[in-house]
Structure formats: structure tokens, C-alpha cells
Design a protein around this ligand. Structure first.
Ligand SMILES: [Zn+2]
Length: 1007
């Protein structure tokens, strides 16, 4: 096609369009300053790269000229959104800093670095006079955001609102294949700084626009590499973005609860420091602009209704104005439910501001492409009256037009109503502090006698990262609590709806908490996020929302395996307490005297770190509980020798682990705890979910090699290098892992080259296509047979089962189970297994439709299925149902003893008849050992959505399955999920610590 002809046609269109655009300007108040010259060349290019005139608006179809401020062209060499141009983060920053140099209306702030050391920035744009008043304004916003500072004086708040200007924080490109935001934000910063249109001047003079143009900086640079590779290899298949950030991909936008990633921490800290009234995150997926802020039900149950009203106001304003511009495909209602508070934008929602999010339409790069939509995308619906076109040529410039137009409309609307939104910010903050006397609760208490103080501190540090205040009781205190075991309200109710009003007040009981207990008071500005994280979630299986967007449950106390008490009794607020200054840490270090050190096993995540930090010391684990120095120690407790008291004291103090020095070791059966050599295996198919495992291993400083399936395929003797191989979930089925990607077309490299300097590094290959292969599978299996330990969860557990690594374990096909990212209860079956060291009778874990394990003592499941163990139903005959029938005319026969009834998580009994020649009978020491099982159906759900739970109830949840000399340890939960599941980390760490003694405490079947 003749591009020149098209562009001249477009320019002709533009001229005609210009006249009608002026009318629209007048109508909507977006008139531009006709006295200000336009950058003609830039404006011409905008038109050239916009594929249809209705894919642009009068707000962005021109660029004002400036004699001294450079346009994005200065860095890009072309206009924002130009085809083939994808700037690295560094180039985006370079431009922002050029703006800062050229105009006093722009200031650039460094807000931290990424996991790989790349910088993150925030760019403030406003009039010079506003930027000079940032600090005094910050002081005012701090008061509005914490009404305690003005004694809840509403009149004073009104005065502060009058004097203050608001902050609107925009964040771009958290999702790396969504590539358009950085150039749109470069141009937006220019417009806000330069354009003299009355409405833009008013924005500039009335508020600060704060911009983080690239949130996932590591991923952005990799994406640009991949795109450049694509440009350099026309006609070839290009690498998919297998790694975005250092750890996770899409899930970087699910970290606003756990705050595990640096990008989340950096944005959170920027949020806490600036107190913006809006956090607006930019994404790309659907055509052409989904302002998904309004989304769909169920709404998160812990946010202020004032906020949900604000969502509606700004969202529909966007749709309304862009509809008037004739831009198709702009909508705000949609299938995105607003339940989970894990999204980056939700930092604002849970901290008294406004969360917003756009999905614009992107091409995953800067190519201009013809895009064909599916009917459900282009059909007209009640909320999409001007839907996107079934087929259209789409460019990155179109995307930038939509993003900028929508943002400018929002900024304008927000600015015009800034006093309302500032007042709302105050009201929401005030209502958060008034929580105890309104909806409650009054506080959450973390008792000082929790057996897992290290894990407790870990959960409290997350709350501190959220900006929550933590207090600590200086004396014991007593409050009234809801009586334990009080029945839950019966019957399903819609998610997010209020609980039915109780017929009578629930029974209460007094509880005294010891001094040193932590108290998270709900009369603080950020009570909502603490409440949202610590409370329980209920999503009704009958909820009208059936396309569930994300996790449905996350209760942090449960997933952290720590005790958290929800207290509605406002008396708790009068307990003697001090505010905690500095990070919460459990206290550790050595007490007592002697050269032997005892450390209690309590499933603390840091115990594994202690082992690796004291690498030269000799560690043993007690196989039974014991007492020493008047204290009780659990099974699995460490007995440490060959380490200096200073060294043990320093490391254990740092890790918050108490160690007791004794002169004489307790007399208890032990086995050695060596520092296992660990590998984490990944595929070239998907790495995100295993990324959460790597993150936890790095946090605990567990050394490991990071191996791809291709490397495992080349290593015939894995035992020579490793004791434990961990295969995280998220890789698909055996076939996918073994086969890899299809071998059609060209090799697909993922490695550092001059063209792709940001690829490779911690994982690289010349060709991403080959998988584990049959040789790799054999290598892995031999590794286990020769004494190695393989760990898998969810689909990587299924991988081991389907590959024949676990002769006594099978997986039942689920037909009804819906456990959609929720918290479920498990029960301890075999607490003597080293995997279980330090755990109690129950443990809440994260489950997303985990595999339903069945156990058998016979290879292939022969010798009686699940139901064969049960007693046979009697036939029709004499007597009652429990009586034996009687054959007439002969003496009663002696009844053989029935095989013992077995539980759902156990293998069915094998009868003597079956045993006679049962080639598949697994020797007792090779049978699977069930460590945890899922709770009973009526207790299984802790938080979230569970439907058909009886299908998985009571089935094995954690299994140690021997294979010759080694072990395969399987989980039907995911022990490492989004930094939220620290309570289950120790299941895996225990496995690693005890890798060569997993049979400890095992009771074998007799035959
Ligand atoms: Zn996205």
C-alpha cells in the first residue's frame, strides 16, 4: 500500500476535520489557545501515524510548539507512538530530565531501584509556583490524610482544602508487553508543561500531575530488547517475554498486599510520601479503552463507599466525553471484579484515595497492524454503545491518542472538582480512623504467646510497609471476644453483602493477652488495608459474578500461620501500649551457657537461613520433642555444635531466632541436618509462578543453582551436584514440559547480545524451543532413584505423578471443584515426618484447584480402588441391618475379619486374596507417606470461594513419596504464592533441611 498517498489523504482529512473539531472544543471546554503556535511537523506526524481520524481527539491531534522545551522527538527521533520506536526506560528518563532542565514546570524524583538495580522515577508536572509550594502543600495533605492532627476539626479541614492542591499520580508500563504508556506519558508531560489551552493551564495551575512512566523497569528493558530483535529479524518468530521483572511477570500487579517486589515498595513509598488523591495505573489489553475502574461486582468489602462513588463519577465522565469526540470503543463497566486488593492501583483504594486503571489497546510492540476482534469484543452492549470496530488498522500512536485523551479528560475533571476530591480524601481518612466506633473492628491483636514470633513479625512488617501503625502492649490486657466455635451463619450469601443481622447478640468470652502483644489499632488512617488483609473473605458460590478475575481469599494471619485476633471490643484501645518505632522483629540470640545450642523448631521461615548462615557448624534435628533448661522443644529442633557462641548469637539475633546454650546435649534421637545443595528447575514455557518460589528462596538466602529443563537434559549425573531439585508450579502438563515449544520455524534465542543487552544473565539459551526431553526426564528420575529429593506443587506435582515418579500416588479428575485462589484448611496426618517439623495440628494454605491425590499400595491402583476398603453392604435377609444373615439348615459359618476401614487420605487395604500374587504391591518402605490432608468438607473453607469442596476434602495435601533411595515431595497447595503464604514456606524448607533423612519417624505398614 502506498503510505505516502494515505498520509496525504489523512492530512487532507485533518484540514476538514479541523473546522468541526473547533465546534467540539467549544462544546466541551477543551478549546486550545489559538495564539499558541503549533509544532507543524510533529502535528503532521501525529496525523500520519493515526490510522483513522476518529482514533484521535481534538486534545491530542496537535502538539503546541515551544521555543525552549524539547518535544519527545528530541529523544525518540520521531513523535510519541511512532511505529518502530520503543524507548528504553533510560531514554524515557533522559527525556523527562531534559524537560526538567528546560522548564521549571517539571521536576524529576528518583524513587528507588529495581531488583536488578535499574532506577525508578516520578515526574511532577505543575506550574512553577505550585512546584515551589510542594512542601507546604505536603504538610496540608498530611493533615487532611490524618485528621487526628487537626483534632477532627471539620472547619479546619475546609480551610486546608481551600489552601491545598491535589496530586494525581499516573503509573505506566507495569506490564511489560503493554508497551505504549512511556511515550504517551512523555508527550503528556510535555503538553502539561507547555500547552496554553485554558483547560491545560488550569490543570497546571490547580494540581500536580505525578508520573512514573515505567513501573516495571527491568521488564521494560527486556521488552525493548525483544522488540528490537524482532525489527532486526523481519519475518522470523521472535521470543515471547519469558521474564518480565526479575521474579514475576503479570503478577507484578498482584503484589499490593504482600509488597514483595521492589516496584511495589517504591510506588507504595512514593504514595505514602506524596499523599496523592488518585493512583492511576495504565495497562493495555482490550479495544480500545476500558476504564476498568468501575469494573463489576463484587466490590472489595473493606473500602469506603465514598470511593466507589468516585469511581463512577470519573469513569463515566471519561466515557461521556470520549463518546462526544466520536472515539469508538470507550467503556467503563466490564467483567473486571473489584474484589482483590492486590493490584498496584489498589494502594490508593485501601489508603483513602482513588484507584483508577485504563486498559487501552496495544499491539505488544510498536508495529502498526490490522487487528481483528472477536464478536464478544465488538458487539454493542448497554455499557458499550459505540463499540470498537470488528476490524481496524491499529497503531501505537492510536493507543497514545486514547491514553492521553482519556487522561487529559480525567485530569481536567479532577481539577475542576479538586475541592470535592480533597474534601473526600479528608472524609475517607476520617472515616478510616472512626472505624472502631462505626463498623469495627476496634483492633487486631497479635498475641505475645504465639509460638511463631518470627512469622508474626514478618506479617507485621508487611503492615508497616503498608504505612500502618503498630502498637505493643506494655501490660496484660483483657477484652471481650466472640466465643470460639460459635457457628458461622448458615447458607450462602452473596459475596460482599452484609452478614445477616444476628437473631441475638453473639456469646462473648473474656480473653487476657500478655504484655508484649502487638495491637493494630483501627483508629488510624490506614486501618482499611490492615482490615482488608487480616479479615476473612467470603465469596458465595452462587455469586452472579462467575468470571472471577483473581484470588478470592488471602487472610494474612492464616496464610502466615500466625495467630490474629479480631477484636470489636473498643476497650482494647485503652490498653497500655506504646507505638512501635522501627521495624518489628522477633527477638533472638543466645541465652544460657554452654557450647551446644538448641533452637526450637516452630516452622519459622528463618530457620533454614540459620542453617545456611552457620554453614560450618554441625546441625542435628531431634526426632522427638524434648525438654532442656526447663523449656519444651518440638520435634525437629536443632542441636548445633562446632559454632562459637558469638557467631550463633550474632546470626540468631539478626534472624530473630532464640537459641539456648547448654553444656550437655539432650538425650534424644537425632539425625544430621546438612546444608543441602539445591537447584531450582525452570522451563522456557512460563516462569512466573516459580518466580514467587525463587523470591522466597532469595529472601531466606538459600543458595541454589537456577537450571533450565534444557540444562537438566544435558546433566546425566545430577546427584553429583545436587541434593534437592525444586520444580515450581506454573509450567503445564508433562507433555509441555518434555516437548517444550514446537520446533517449527527459526531458533528463538534468549541471551545477552549487543542487540539484546537486557536478556539472559540469570537464565539464557540459544533456543527457547527444546524442552526437558525424554533424556531429561530420565535424568531427573535417576536423580531421585539415586537418593535425590524432588519437590513439586500443583502442576509440577502432577508432572511428577504423571511421569511415574510416584508409584503409589494418582490424581483424580476433578469435575465440580472450584477453589479459586483461596485459603483452605489442612490437618496434620503424620507430624513425625521431618516435612511437618514445627507445625501444629492444622495449617491454612493457598489453593487454586490443587490436584486431588489418591493413595494406593499397589502400582496402578490395583488391589482395590478408593471404595473397596469399605465394609460391604449386607444383602436382604433375616435380622436387623447390623445382624448377619443365617443360612438355614447348617451351622453359622465363621466370618473372616474385614479389612480395616481406611480414610480418604489413606491407601485402601489390600486383602489376603489380592496379596497372593500381586506383582504391583508396593513394598511398605516405598509407599507414599501422607503428611497433611485437606480438612473435612465442613471445615475446609477458611477464606474465599469454595464450591464442590467435598471433592478434595480429606484427600492428601502433602505427600512424601519414596522412589528407590530418594523422595518425591508433593503438594496439592502452592506453598509459595505472591509473598503471602509464609506460613507454608517451612514445609519446603523442612524438606530441604532434612533431605537425606525424610524417613525419620516413619511407621511402616507391616506388610
Ligand atoms: Zn496489564
Amino acid at each position: 500500500m502506498n503510505l505516502k498517498r494515505i498520509s496525504s489523504l489523512l492530512i487532507a482529512c485533518l484540514v476538514t476535520f479541523g473546522a468541526s473539531a473547533l465546534t467540539i472544543h467549544a462544546q466541551n471546554g477543551y478549546a486550545r489557545d489559538t495564539a499558541q503556535p503549533v509544532d507543524d511537523e510533529y502535528t503532521r506526524k501525529i496525523a500520519e501515524y493515526t490510522t483513522e481520524k476518529f482514533f484521535n481527539s481534538p486534545l491530542t491531534d496537535y502538539l503546541p510548539a515551544s521555543p525552549n522545551v524539547p518535544t519527545p522527538k528530541a529523544v525518540l527521533g520521531d513523535v510519541a507512538g511512532a511505529p518502530g520506536k520503543l524507548p528504553y526506560a533510560e531514554d524515557v528518563y533522559k527525556y523527562m530530565r531534559m524537560l526538567e532542565k528546560a522548564t521549571p514546570r517539571v521536576k524529576v524524583f528518583s524513587i528507588g531501584t529495581t531488583e536488578e538495580g535499574r532506577e525508578m522515577i516520578a515526574v511532577a508536572v505543575a506550574s512553577e509556583s505550585l512546584l515551589q509550594k510542594l512542601e507546604e502543600n505536603r504538610a496540608r495533605l498530611n493533615k487532611l490524610g490524618d485528621p487526628r492532627l487537626i483534632n477532627f476539626d471539620d472547619a479546619e479541614a475546609d480551610r486546608l482544602v481551600d489552601q491545598s492542591f491535589p496530586i494525581y499520580y499516573i503509573t505506566g508500563t507495569i506490564h511489560s508487553p503493554e508497551t505504549g504508556a512511556p511515550t504517551a506519558l512523555m508527550e503528556l508531560a510535555y503538553r502539561l508543561a507547555v500547552d496554553d489551552s485554558p483547560y491545560i493551564k488550569s490543570i497546571r495551575d490547580g494540581m500536580v500531575t505525578l508520573i512514573t512512566p515505567v513501573v516495571e523497569v527491568d521488564g521494560r528493558d527486556r521488552m525493548v530488547d525483544v522488540y528490537n530483535w524482532h525489527l532486526a529479524h523481519p519475518g522470523q518468530n521472535w521470543p515471547g517475554l519469558i521474564y518480565w521483572g526479575h521474579y514475576v511477570a503479570h503478577d507484578n500487579n498482584r503484589d499490593a498486599m504482600g509488597l514483595s517486589l521492589k516496584l511495589t515498595r517504591n510506588v507504595m513509598n512514593t504514595y505514602l510520601a506524596w499523599k496523592p488523591q488518585v493512583l492511576h495505573d495504565l495497562h493495555e489489553s482490550v479495544a480500545y479503552l476500558y476504564d476498568n475502574t468501575i469494573g463489576d461486582q463484587p466490590y472489595n468489602a473493606w473500602i469506603d463507599p465514598i470511593l466507589t462513588d468516585e469511581w463512577q463519577m470519573i469513569g463515566w465522565k471519561n466515557v461521556s466525553e470520549m463518546t462526544k469526540f466520536g472515539m469508538p470503543g470507550v467503556f467503563t463497566h466490564g467483567t473486571f471484579d473489584t474484589w482483590s486488593p492486590g493490584y498496584l492501583m489498589f494502594i490508593a483504594a485501601t489508603h483513602n484515595s482513588i484507584s483508577r486503571l485504563y486498559e487501552t489497546f496495544g499491539n505488544g510492540g510498536a508495529d502498526t497492524l490490522t487487528r481483528t476482534l472477536s464478536p464478544d469484543e465488538y458487539q454493542r452492549t448497554w455499557y458499550k454503545q459505540n463499540p470498537p470496530l470488528p476490524r481496524a488498522k491499529w497503531s501505537q500512536r492510536n493507543n497514545n491518542n486514547y491514553e492521553e485523551t482519556a487522561l487529559l479528560i480525567s485530569l481536567d475533571y479532577f481539577n475542576k472538582n479538586s475541592k470535592l476530591f480533597l474534601k473526600n480524601f479528608y472524609l475517607k481518612s476520617k472515616r478510616s480512623i472512626e472505624k472502631p466506633k462505626n463498623e469495627g473492628p476496634a483492633a487486631y491483636v497479635f498475641p505475645a504467646d504465639d509460638p511463631r514470633l518470627g512469622n508474626q513479625a514478618r506479617v507485621l512488617r508487611i503492615l508497616q510497609g503498608q504505612g500502618c501503625e503498630i502498637h505493643r502492649a506494655t501490660a496484660p490486657f483483657t477484652v471481650m471476644l466472640k466465643k470460639k466455635g460459635a457457628p458461622r451463619p448458615a447458607g450462602p450469601r452473596p459475596a460482599g453483602s452484609p452478614a445477616p443481622s444476628p437473631a441475638r447478640t453473639p456469646e462473648t468470652e473474656a480473653r487476657t493477652f500478655p504484655a508484649g502483644s502487638y495491637i493494630v489499632r483501627m483508629d488510624q488512617p490506614y486501618s482499611r488495608i490492615a482490615d482488608a488483609l487480616l479479615d476473612y473473605q467470603y465469596w458465595s458460590p452462587r455469586d452472579p459474578q462467575q468470571s472471577i478475575y483473581d484470588d478470592t481469599g488471602w487472610t494474612f494471619g492464616e496464610l502466615g500461620n500466625v495467630q490474629v485476633e479480631r477484636v470489636t471490643d473498643v476497650k482494647v484501645l485503652t490498653a497500655a501500649m506504646d507505638a512501635v518505632t522501627g521495624e518489628v522483629h522477633s527477638s533472638g540470640g543466645v541465652s544460657g551457657t554452654g557450647s551446644i545450642f538448641i533452637v526450637n523448631s516452630n516452622a519459622d521461615t528463618n530457620l533454614v537461613t540459620l542453617r545456611y548462615q552457620l554453614k560450618q557448624a554441625a546441625f542435628e534435628a531431634a526426632e522427638e520433642a524434648f525438654e532442656a533448661g526447663g523449656r519444651k522443644f518440638n520435634r525437629g529442633s536443632f542441636i548445633i555444635r562446632n559454632a562459637s557462641s558469638d557467631q550463633v548469637n550474632r546470626v540468631s539475633a539478626e534472624l530473630g531466632i532464640p537459641a539456648l546454650a547448654v553444656a550437655q546435649a539432650p538425650s534424644v534421637k537425632t539425625h544430621p541436618i546438612k546444608a543441602a545443595r539445591v537447584a531450582i528447575m525452570h522451563t522456557w514455557l512460563s516462569t512466573q509462578d516459580e518466580g514467587w518460589w525463587r523470591l522466597a528462596f532469595d529472601q531466606m538466602q538459600i543458595p541454589y543453582d537456577y537450571l533450565s529443563t534444557q540444562e537438566v537434559a544435558k546433566e546425566a549425573d545430577l546427584n553429583k551436584k545436587y541434593d534437592v531439585i525444586v520444580f515450581g508450579p506454573g509450567n503445564g502438563n508433562v507433555n509441555a514440559v518434555v516437548q517444550g515449544r514446537p520446533m517449527y520455524g527459526n531458533p528463538i534465542p534468549w541471551k545477552k547480545t549487543e542487540l539484546t543487552p537486557n536478556l539472559g544473565g540469570f537464565a539464557s539459551t540459544d533456543d527457547m524451543r527444546p524442552g526437558l526431553g525424554w533424556q531429561g526426564l530420565t535424568n531427573l528420575q535417576n536423580f531421585v532413584k539415586n537418593g535425590g529429593v524432588f519437590i513439586g506443587a500443583d502442576d509440577s506435582a502432577s508432572f511428577a505423578v504423571a511421569s511415574g515418579f510416584t508409584p503409589g500416588v494418582s490424581i483424580q479428575t476433578s469435575t465440580r471443584l472450584r477453589a479459586i485462589g483461596d485459603v483452605l484448611k489442612t490437618r496434620m496426618v503424620d507430624g513425625a515426618s521431618p516435612v511437618a517439623y514445627g507445625y501444629g495440628d492444622t495449617l491454612s494454605v493457598y489453593c487454586f484447584n490443587g490436584p486431588i491425590f489418591n493413595i494406593t499400595s499397589v502400582v496402578g491402583g490395583g488391589g482395590g480402588g478408593r471404595r473397596a476398603g469399605g465394609a460391604a453392604q449386607r444383602t436382604t435377609g433375616r435380622g436387623t441391618a447390623d445382624d448377619p444373615d443365617v443360612v438355614q439348615g447348617r451351622p453359622p459359618a465363621e466370618m473372616p475379619e474385614q479389612p480395616p476401614a481406611t480414610e480418604v487420605w489413606e491407601a485402601a487395604s489390600v486383602t489376603e486374596e489380592q496379596r497372593r500374587n500381586l506383582v504391583g504391591l508396593i513394598p511398605p518402605n516405598q509407599r507414599p507417606r501422607v503428611i497433611l490432608r485437606w480438612g473435612n468438607a465442613n471445615e475446609l473453607l477458611v477464606s474465599g470461594l469454595l464450591d464442590g469442596g467435598d471433592e478434595i476434602a480429606q484427600h492428601a495435601a502433602a505427600i512424601d513419596s519414596p522412589l528407590e533411595r530418594g523422595h518425591v515431595v508433593l503438594f496439592s497447595m502452592n506453598p509459595f504464592w505472591r509473598g503471602q503464604t509464609s506460613g507454608s514456606y517451612a514445609l519446603v524448607f523442612n524438606t530441604i533441611l532434612n533431605f537425606d533423612n525424610l524417613n525419620a519417624g516413619r511407621k511402616l505398614d507391616e506388610k
